[in-house]
Ligand binder design. Structure first.
Ligand code: TRP
Length: 330
């Protein structure tokens, strides 16, 4: 098989939570231990589409960068950078914009959802919709194609965007020659979709998240607040209907899971199970948490790592954009 290039980005609008860790950051770091060509980046230009509060962008960029590092990303091996430190990405975005059919963008789920919401509220169809939101998939295509990524690990909601990147790449290749590899979305089915404190998928938009690096006491409190049903201690419980078990499963080994399933059958009390879950998660996070706090107190250190990452990335992007500009006649 030809060389795989793995690339993924995280939009810097919020504080990383347990779901981001279990579903995205953790698996990505693991992948980077086995593959020499990993590109991970902070999608801070994408953040501007959703968030126009500079303070929040600044904070989120720091938190997300510190999170990857605290969880053990080896930045000597993987290339770790901020999108906005790579000017060639936005240059490429324009080249791609000029070959992207408007009709393709009209079909983007995020844009369509915004239009639908307006229409059903009897508002103008385009109310509150910026060109940033409309062009979001072109920027994402530039992120991916700039590094000729083959594998793009993303959540299901992003599959369409990766497919659009393929379409755009094909159009560019057809017009100007074979410059881009066609990327594939990689949805890991063995990766945990973590439930939130209310049992629905853990997501910022549901307000049911547990921030990854809460201080120990607050982490405990957050876990104690997870919603359960009213089954009494001693009554057998179904692990497959239990948010606590589903969360536990995301962090535990198979043997540990088997043991807990047995405890459910024997009627473990919800309070006790919460304690078990807390101990599991806390054991996993206590070292990274310390590291995270150190990194957050040392922004210059993190900044230097990001700038080194940008330099590494630009060793590729600067000559590549020169070729692409030449190809289009600039
Ligand atoms: N749009 C992605 C998200 O919100 C983040 C992202 C931006 C991304 N550019 C990317 C993911 C390129 C993978 C590849 O989750």
């Amino acid at each position: 098989m030809s060389q795989r290039i793995i690339l993924t980005g995280i939009t810097t609008t919020g504080t990383p939570h347990l779901g981001n860790y279990a579903g995205a950051i953790g698996p990505a770091i693991e992948m980077s231990q086995q593959n020499d060509n990993c590109f991970f980046f902070l999608a801070d230009y994408h953040a501007l589409i959703k968030c126009q509060e500079p303070e929040r962008i600044i904070q989120s960029r720091q938190e997300i960068a510190a999170t990857w590092l605290a969880l053990g990303l080896d930045t000597e091996k993987a290339t770790f950078y901020r999108q906005s430190d790579i000017p060639e990405i936005t240059q490429l975005m324009w080249l791609l914009t000029c070959v992207t059919a408007k009709g393709l963008m009209n079909r983007a789920h995020a844009y369509k959802a915004a239009v639908d919401a307006n229409t059903s509220n009897d508002e103008d169809a385009d109310k509150g919709i910026t060109m940033g939101l409309f062009s979001y998939p072109v920027l994402m295509a530039a992120d991916i194609l700039m590094f000729n990524a083959t594998d793009v690990p993303v959540g299901r909601d992003q599959i369409q965007h990766v497919e659009m990147a393929r379409d755009i790449a094909q159009r560019f290749n057809y017009l100007y020659g074979e410059h881009f590899v066609l990327p594939e979305a990689k949805i890991a089915d063995n990766v945990a979709l973590l439930p939130g404190t209310d049992g629905r998928k853990m997501s910022k938009s549901y307000n049911n998240t547990i921030p990854l690096f809460l201080p120990e006491k607050q982490l405990r409190k957050a876990i104690m607040r997870i919603v359960t049903d009213s089954t009494e201690p001693g009554e057998p419980k179904d692990p497959d209907q239990s948010t606590l078990y589903e969360m536990y499963k995301a962090f535990a080994t198979e043997a540990e899971c088997a043991q807990i399933r047995q405890a459910y059958a024997e009627g473990i009390a919800w309070g006790e199970m919460k304690q078990v879950l807390f101990e599991k998660v806390n054991a996993l996070l206590s070292e990274p948490r310390e590291k995270y706090n150190e990194l957050m107190a040392n922004p210059q250190y993190v900044e230097n790592i990001l700038l080194q990452g940008a330099e590494k990335a630009r060793a590729h992007t600067v000559p590549f954009i020169a070729d692409l500009k030449k190809a289009v006649g600039l």
